[in-house]
Structures are given as structure tokens and as C-alpha cells.
Design a protein around this ligand. Structure first.
Ligand code: ZN
Length: 177
């Protein structure tokens, strides 16, 4: 299936220097559609949803924000630091969403591994099932997110009301994904 003109436009918004200096795709030269489909399949295989992953990221960001810029301990064994950077960023999916620049670093002391994500990452995962391209600074493979953020994957996730992923922050008939 050819990529829709909408996704091609989104993909050009993701190039370096358009919204962010480094862009969102790293050295991933696949079509955006292919990136979305592959990560969507991974999330399904993990027995979770984009919404559940984003909710966990949001939950830990809120817990870490209590540290007011300093790292704080969050049970059971996380060290979380939330840094506010001046400025706002528009979502490259062009739905009109603008988010604060906020970086959350979650260090999992049990695993000795950490991950840093922005509020835009949370939005793009929740609304678009987009985890950035390979080699991108903020690329977050869904399996790593689930592991480091210790998501409970034993329970089946609630049914996605739309049934179709990835969801997009524009009207459904604006594209043919
Ligand atoms: Zn969006």
C-alpha cells in the first residue's frame, strides 16, 4: 500500500531543521507508514497498547515532576528527573497540538538502565503510535519502554475503542491510513 499524501507531508515535517534541529527520523530511511506499522506490531506482540504505554510514561513524568528539576526516588526503584526546557513544540502530525518542552529521565535502579523522553514523545505515542525513527536521539523502542518503565503486561489491555491504529490527531477522512 502506498503511503498517503498526508503521511508524506508529516514525514517531511519530521526532517531535520523543520520542527527540531535533529528531526524525528534519525537515519531511518523507511517510509513513515512502515515505521508506524512495525512499531504497532511490536506493541500488539507485547500485549499492550500505545495508550497504555503513554499513560505509564505520563504517570512517571508526573511523579518525577515533584522533584522540581532534581532527581527524586519514585517507588519501587526509579530515580526520575524532569527538566523543563524553555519553549514549545508543535506535533509533526499537524493536528494543531503544541506541547511544552519537558524532558523526563527515568533511571531504573534495578536494571541499571535509563530512558529519556519528552512530552512530545508521550503525545506522539498516545495519539499516533509514533516512537521516532531508528537512530533518532529520542527513538524509544516500545519493548524497551515496557521493560524500563516496568509495565504490567500480564493483563490484557483494554480494547482500543477505534480498533484501528495508529490513531491520528486529524479527522479520520483526511487520510486513508
Ligand atoms: Zn499530534
Amino acid at each position: 500500500m502506498a503511503q498517503s499524501p498526508y503521511l508524506s507531508r508529516v514525514q517531511s515535517e519530521m526532517r531535520p531543521g523543520v520542527i527540531t534541529q535533529d528531526g524525528f527520523l534519525g537515519n531511518d530511511h523507511r517510509e513513515l507508514q512502515e515505521i508506524l506499522i512495525e512499531d504497532d506490531a511490536t506493541v500488539k506482540r507485547l500485549n499492550t497498547t500505545h495508550a497504555a504505554i503513554a499513560a505509564r510514561m505520563h504517570e512517571l513524568m508526573e511523579a518525577g515532576a515533584e522533584g522540581l528539576g532534581l532527581p527524586i526516588d519514585v517507588p519501587p526503584h526509579f530515580e526520575i528527573q524532569v527538566d523543563s526546557v524553555r519553549g514549545k513544540l508543535p506535533c509533526p502530525f499537524m493536528g494543531g497540538t503544541i506541547v511544552q518542552k519537558l524532558n523526563t529521565t527515568v533511571f531504573n535502579t534495578r536494571l541499571g538502565r535509563e530512558i529519556t523522553y519528552t512530552d512530545l514523545n508521550i503525545h506522539m505515542i498516545e495519539e499516533h503510535g509514533f516512537y521516532e525513527g531508528r537512530g533518532s536521539l529520542f527513538r524509544m523502542p516500545p519493548e524497551e519502554l515496557a521493560e524500563i518503565l516496568e509495565m504490567d503486561l500480564r493483563e490484557p489491555p483494554p480494547e482500543d475503542e477505534e480498533g484501528a491504529t495508529p490513531r491520528l490527531c486529524v479527522r479520520k477522512d483526511d487520510h486513508d491510513f
